[in-house]
Ligand binder design. Structure first.
Ligand code: MN
Length: 518
């Protein structure tokens, strides 16, 4: 059965996971990780990928450039302030994209114009100039009056009219600080559609933040009132409390199609894989009760509910779990599973590996399968996170021995290979074996590193479960996270710390290169 779908009822899904969510402190994705997420977003079939903010760093430029070059399907977008050098840099990064979009923005609220010390007339002129310059790189130009939700209405209408006149093809209305409430925000969208004479020449978009927990409902209300692009992120990640969650907007629109009268082109069966990939690579866990993608989103625990679902799924379930990519008949992998089964399972989890990386992962998988017999998806994700890295390994763990127990002083001996050649060994004692190991590693790396956060979780159940450790460290104000996984939690801890040190070293290398270039 095919339903008649009107294109004017289609919501353009604009994913900004790689830009807004990536700005979260500590969420330091490497270029390769960003490209991997972009490929998965293309499989998810989002319409636009905001790949980064090219002027912000050489790494961000490189990520946008590579995504523009190799990710097929979606429009690839780069962010820029309303400043010539930003726009030129974005244009440069997007050069090889078949469908590039420059997204330029300037603050229009009283707070934000005061912040940059400009008058409203000056801001309006900068906005128009920015759109005109962006237009010289391609037809598809998006403009955002930042903090629109707190901008004077009459002035906002003027800015929108002038930027559409200058050639903007999408006008995005951000609730930058997350202060909007649904009725008011919907009314703002209606007001724009009524009062901006040339509004029919642009797509109206929204970008909502979740400071009051209303990002999704504000976005949906805007769509109900005529907006046709929603900016959102996977798992609702983003600055502060985050952005509107892509999976929630998409599934609300599709599940309650009769109410909204809208649809998207998103392939919802890729939602779970995308969520897991982003969670894994960013090192930010999804709460179990999270709508759509949480571990418990389709779990029924009360007896009445379980009985009801068994009789008829629709008694207590509004979404078929398969529609979001939850496969009820997931195969459990064991040491007898072959490479092909592993590859298939990894692809279901959003990881499409090169033959070389598949070999590496398979070797590690066999070791884990020997230890714990059944290997679950979470174990695989931990292995992948641990095994597949593109950051240069300045430090590599060669040997770790710890002593701990009641009545003993916990101590650790660590041997690390530096730059693939020199081997250094140190011992230290501490409050516990992890502390002792960290002190020994710190002696070897010789840097004054501070550990801000240390979390450990068992990724699956049972005594032989894989432990995954995340640490957040800083050195001289530079902050990063590191991950490590093992069935031995002390080893996982040491690996996470060394991973973070390697990420810091990689970043310092890039900064040194840049300093030389200037
Ligand atoms: Mn934002």
């Amino acid at each position: 059965m095919t339903s008649k779908k009107n294109d004017s009822d289609r919501v353009i899904v604009f994913d900004t996971t790689l830009r807004d969510a990536e700005q979260t402190p500590g969420a330091s994705l490497t270029v390769r990780e960003k490209v991997e997420i972009a490929h998965q977003l293309a499989r998810l079939n989002v319409d636009v990928i905001e790949a980064g903010f090219p002027i912000s760093s050489d790494e961000d430029f490189e990520a946008v450039r590579r995504i523009a070059h190799e990710v097929e399907g979606p429009t690839i977008c780069g962010l820029s302030r309303a400043i010539d050098k930003d726009i030129n840099r974005a244009g440069e990064a997007l050069k090889s994209a078949p469908n590039p979009r420059i997204h330029t923005f300037i603050g229009t609220s009283p707070n934000h114009t005061a912040m940059v010390g400009k008058t409203t007339d000056e801001v309006l002129r900068m906005a128009v100039n920015a759109v005109e310059r962006a237009k010289s790189y391609g037809d598809d130009v998006e403009f955002s009056p930042m903090d629109a939700a707190r901008t004077d209405r009459a002035y906002l209408y003027d800015v929108i009219e002038a930027t559409i006149e200058a050639g903007a093809t999408t006008i995005n209305i951000p609730d930058t600080v997350g202060c909007a409430v649904p009725e008011q925000f919907g009314d703002l969208i209606t007001g724009i559609r009524k009062n901006v004479p040339n509004i029919d020449r642009a797509v109206l978009s929204v970008h909502c933040h979740d400071d009051l927990g209303m990002a999704v409902i504000n976005s949906l209300t805007a769509l109900k009132n005529g907006a046709r692009q929603a900016e959102c992120t996977i798992n609702g990640l983003g600055e502060r409390a985050g952005n509107a969650a892509l999976e929630e907007i998409v599934m609300a629109v599709s599940t309650r199609g009769n109410y909204f009268g809208l649809h998207t082109n998103v392939k919802t069966r890729e939602l779970i894989a995308t969520s897991r990939l982003v969670s894994q690579l960013m090192g930010i866990m999804v709460p179990p009760n999270k709508a759509i993608v949480g571990a418990n989103a389709f779990a029924h625990s009360s007896g009445i509910h379980q009985d009801g679902v068994l009789k008829n799924r629709e008694n207590f379930e509004i979404i078929d779990p398969r529609d979001v990519g939850l496969d009820a008949t997931s195969i459990v992998l064991t040491a007898r599973s072959g490479r092909h089964a592993l590859k298939h399972r990894l692809e279901k989890l959003g990881h499409h590996l090169s033959p070389e990386n598949l070999d590496k992962t398979y070797g590690r998988f066999l070791k884990v399968a020997d230890k714990k017999k059944e290997v679950y998806d979470e174990d695989l994700l931990a292995i992948i996170g641990d095994e597949i890295r593109d950051i240069p390994t300045k430090y590599r763990l060669e040997y770790l021995h710890t002593v701990s127990g009641t009545g003993t002083v916990p101590s650790a001996t660590v041997r690390i290979r530096i730059n693939g050649t020199e081997e250094v060994q140190e011992s230290a004692w501490g409050d516990g074996p992890v502390d002792a190991a960290y002190k020994a590693i710190a002696k070897i790396s010789g840097t004054s590193v501070q550990v801000h956060e240390y979390t450990i979780r068992a990724v699956t159940s049972g005594a032989e479960a894989m432990g995954e450790v995340n640490v957040r460290i800083s050195r001289n104000g530079a902050e990063t996270t590191g991950r490590g996984a093992s069935t031995d939690i002390i080893e996982a801890s040491a690996k996470a710390y060394i991973d973070a040190l390697n990420r810091l070293a990689a970043r310092t290398g890039i900064e040194a290169q840049r300093a030389q270039a200037v």
